[in-house]
Design a protein. Structure first.
Lengths: 101, 542
């Protein structure tokens, strides 16, 4: 599989574009409903889905060689590192008892 | 390494300097060598601006009172010094100048993978620099180069957005250079030039490029979030708006600690080239030195929390970051040990580049070891935000990176311009820089350990002697930096002409003419031997 020779039909781009618009609408709609902690989970899930659509089709990673896949995966992995290590802080903080408490 | 097909110099053929004349031929060039020179000129300008701020800081600190500047002005001085030195000199310096010039030559390529992108990266860099210069002339910024929120996002009364915009723009230049180097290294190596035959300078720049591509977007997003909070009052970092200031520090240091390795890794690459050449030996443990560059690039991303031990970060997270910070010292130490082992029983020549390399080994070791002090949580609480930290990072950044940059510039100068500088003056400058540097920054370790905080221009009278010593050292250091600018420019016109390989160095870059032709190689060379094959050269000489 080589990037140079793959021609993506226009209808694929338009379909992905429509999906992105739909997911943007979904993000807005979910934000108007109080789902507690699920609001964040859904928002991040929708965002990640949109990222995948852009990376795979708009950026042609779907049709690229393994090296490109490796670098794209590295980007995602680094994002996981950022979130993961930040959470090691947030999830293990001692409760704040106030000054002198 | 020797090429199967040697490139023969022809004095009649035009080189990259004479291939075109006029401003237009320079500003629209896509030749990686000319772009490197454009970077060299702009970087030297920003280094001088940053240096000017350092002069003013050291003058103010001669006395314990605030004689020259108000507190606010002093805040702006150290902020602008940090911004120009970090973002506009240290980060791009070796990759943009020596990397741009020599990476394609070292791998037997006629240019980088994306020449137009390369030129764009310089324009983006220049645009970012001009915006930051404008911020400086408009009144400057006083947040410190770290832009800590919520001060930067809510309370600072200076040109935060403008200065941050300059850094934001320049970040794209880093990304473009990183992408270019990664693609060039993967796709444009000469036949036979396998990964394990690559010069260590290429390995170091490759590892650096990975950090640039993976880390720079995070600082760009962080700057954007500061702007959103400052302009639109959306609560992200400011607790008064429902934000979390420690989140800023996480995001900032996720980029800015690996950025330390963006700054030092290419310097380590230069070191390997110089040490191998001037000891006439293959680098001891080539493979482990190459792999240690990748290890530094990866592990360097997992240690940022050691900047935040006193921030309110969870102590358990602090423990993990402390442990990982100790680990990242291992690949750095491997390099230092292996350079030293390379020198053992080597045929050492003390030419100017080697003097800088020896300086690097000593100073970087002190900088690295004091980094271990700071990675230890209990000790860090004592010396956090003191001059100990200032001394530590200057030992790494100036003692390490700037020494390597100057060493590399002196090593490659005859290849870049076909003329040699005055060796005697160059040695004097190298010694002046070494002495001046130590006199400037060693007293700062003592000041920090004794408790003098950084970022204050008024201090206790007990600290004055050490501060006077530091300012005296800075004067010597400043003269030491000015000297190469003079004799290197002088050498362009009056320097002695040299042959293609004045150091008798190994590597494809030394097989072509000095200065190189516009397209580097008439025929793409075929590589049949390992890097740094000095053993064979010496045997042939005997």
């Amino acid at each position: 599989m080589s990037t140079e020779h793959h021609v993506t039909p226009l209808r694929v781009y338009f379909t992905v574009f429509a999906l992105l618009l739909g997911l943007t609408f979904l993000t807005w709609w979910v934000a108007t409903i109080d789902l507690g902690a699920w609001n964040t989970t859904i928002a991040i899930s929708v965002a990640m889905t949109k990222v995948m659509l852009v990376v795979l089709w708009f950026m042609h990673v779907k049709y690229s060689n393994k090296l490109i896949w490796f670098f794209a995966a590295a980007g995602v992995y680094w994002l996981v590192l950022l979130f993961g290590f930040v959470m090691t802080d947030y999830l293990t903080r001692l409760p704040v008892t106030g000054w002198g408490g | 390494m020797t090429a199967a097909s040697k490139q023969h110099a022809s004095t009649k053929e035009s080189n990259y300097l004479t291939a075109g004349y006029g401003v237009r031929s320079w500003l629209l060039t896509v030749d990686h060598k000319r772009i490197a020179l454009l970077y060299l000129i702009s970087l030297t300008t920003f280094f001088s601006v940053g240096g000017l701020f350092a002069v003013l800081i050291r003058l103010e600190l001669l006395t314990p009172q605030g004689d020259l500047f108000q507190s606010e002005t002093y805040n702006k001085l150290f902020t602008m010094h940090g911004i120009f030195m970090v973002f506009f000199f240290l980060v791009p310096s070796i990759p943009a100048v020596l990397g741009n010039f020599f990476l394609p030559l070292m791998i037997g390529a006629r240019d980088v993978a994306f020449p137009k992108l390369n030129l764009l990266s310089w324009y983006v860099y220049a645009a970012g620099g001009l915006v930051t210069l404008f911020a400086m002339f408009a009144g400057g910024v006083d947040t410190g180069w770290t832009f800590y929120a919520p001060y930067s996002s809510t309370y600072a009364n200076s040109h935060v957005i403008l200065a941050a915009l300059g850094i934001f723009i320049t970040g794209f230049s880093s990304i473009l250079t990183g992408v270019n180097f990664i693609a060039t290294t993967h796709r444009m190596r000469a036949p036979g030039l396998t990964w394990m035959r690559l010069p260590l300078f290429v390995w170091a720049n490759y590892a650096t490029s990975l950090i640039m591509v993976l880390g720079t977007p995070v600082i760009a997003v962080t700057i954007l979030l500061v702007a959103i909070e400052r302009l639109l009052h959306v609560g992200i970092f400011d607790p008064a708006l429902g934000g979390d200031p420690i989140l800023f520090q996480h995001l900032f240091w996720f980029y800015s600690h690996p950025a330390v390795y963006i700054m030092i890794l290419p310097g380590m690459g230069v070191m390997s080239e110089i040490v191998a050449c001037f000891t006439r030996k293959r680098i001891f443990g080539y493979k482990i030195v190459a792999m240690s560059s990748l290890a530094i690039a990866i592990l360097g991303f997992l240690v940022w929390g050691h900047h935040m031990f006193v921030s309110g970060q969870s102590m358990y997270a602090g423990f993990v970051f402390s442990l990982l910070s100790m680990l990242v010292a291992v690949p750095s130490a491997i390099k230092v040990f292996n350079w030293t082992a390379t020198m053992y029983r080597g045929s050492i020549t003390f030419a100017t580049p080697m003097l800088y390399a020896l300086g690097f080994i000593g100073l970087f070791t002190i900088g690295g070891l004091t980094g271990i002090f700071l990675a230890a949580m209990a000790l860090d609480i004592h010396v956090h935000d003191t001059y100990f930290v200032v001394a530590h990072f200057h030992y790494v950044m100036v003692g390490g990176m700037v020494m390597a940059y100057l060493g590399g510039l002196h090593f490659y100068w005859p290849k870049m311009f076909g003329r040699m500088y005055h060796e005697g003056l160059a040695k004097v400058a190298a010694v002046m820089i070494f002495i001046g540097f130590n006199l400037t920054f060693f007293p700062q370790f003592l000041l920090g350990y004794l408790g003098m905080p950084r970022r204050y221009h008024v201090y206790d009278e007990d600290f004055q002697v050490l501060n006077v010593l530091s300012t005296a050292g800075a004067s010597v250091l400043g003269l030491g930096f000015a000297l190469p600018i003079c004799y290197l420019i002088f050498s362009l016109k009056f320097g002695k002409k040299v042959g293609d390989n004045p150091w008798d160095a190994a590597g494809l870059e030394w097989t072509i003419s000095s200065p190189p032709y516009e397209h580097n190689f008439h025929e793409i060379p075929e590589v049949t031997e390992e890097a740094y094959d000095y053993g064979k050269r010496e045997a042939a000489r005997v």
